[in-house]
Design a protein around this ligand. Sequence first.
Ligand code: SF4
Ligand code: SF4
Length: 391
Amino acid sequence: MRRAVFQFVSLVIAVASLSFISARIWGGKPEGISTENALVFNETMTVAEFGRANNLQPRFLKEVFALESQADRLKPVTAFKMDVEQLLKKTEQVLAIQAEQGSKNWVKILVKFLSWAAFLALIFVLMRRGRITAGNRKRLLLASAGVFGVILGSDPSPMGTVKDAIVLLGAKGVIFPPRLIAFLVFVAMVVLANKFICSWGCQLGTLQDAIFRLNRDSRDRKGLLRQYKVPFIVSNTVRALFFVALTAAAFIWSTDIVEQIDPFKIFKPQVLGMAGVAFVGLILGLSLFIYRPWCHFFCPFGLIGWLAEKVSIYKVQVDYDKCVSCEACVKACPSTVMGAILKRDRVIPDCFSCGTCMEVCPEGAIGFKSGRRALPPPGKFGHDVAGKTGT
Ligand code: SF4
Ligand code: SF4
């Protein structure tokens, strides 16, 4: 038990301090979105003066005024068929896109997506072959958090694609196309193999998962200190309400309610304020006792990923001809998923494709396979509930 606490503290300090260094090496791109409004405008300005005053790059200036020639830049801003309100709104939107483009480290983003593809392909092969074990699971989770978080930073992340998209749309009324593409790629990863980007690619998800496994016995079956499985109805209700609050705050007050407490900033600790430090500490501390608390209670991508995994192609599946109803998988599963599957519940919680259930099954009855999940035969687990459907 003392070993688990010592490892936890050492891990968090190592992640924060190494991330601090790594973020400095990558340079000063802000990476987050900007929701500031400080346009400079007066009716005597020329187009060129308006562009300079607001730091609008030439191509974005051209877009705002639909300029046709260089000479158009010398015309007064009032010479175009736009009222002031329209002009300011359009400029604000274009500035938001310009800020987004300028804030990204595109080399890092490319490296990260290529690394994700390679790493997730490796994990997929290991899952298919049933080679994720107590011995290598923790190492693979730590490797993921180390590469995709410590080395490659807090941005991009699956959570960021949803949260930032909502905030930008709510505050400025614009969609940043590269973020939309990234979001669709993440959802595709969820659909191809059950929640794979969350399971093995998300820097914060894998860090929480690794911390949870620090507090488990050497066979990764139960907690050293007691671990809790929160009923899914509770965690998912909180998560849905948080999603509504995030959206409402963005659209009504142009505010990002996650910004101050964003736990992904553990990978960029220099921008964490006091509230952020407290919240990150809480989430990571809770991770010792509850499986992936941020994912289950708050993450906007977690919610969308949970819906998307209903149509995932590859997922854990039980062969009920081999299953001897010992429920070892239910006990070892870090959350309530396997219990819900075996009890034929209508709502199946998030499965993070961790492979724990596959490893502990004494009959080798659980695999990572394509196709629809079969329902357990009625009565096999003491619940004859014919008529329920699986996902
Ligand atoms: S649900 Fe968890 S793993 Fe998935 S994006 Fe959110 S934080 Fe990452
Ligand atoms: S059912 Fe549970 S133990 Fe099995 S892969 Fe999903 S989360 Fe892991």
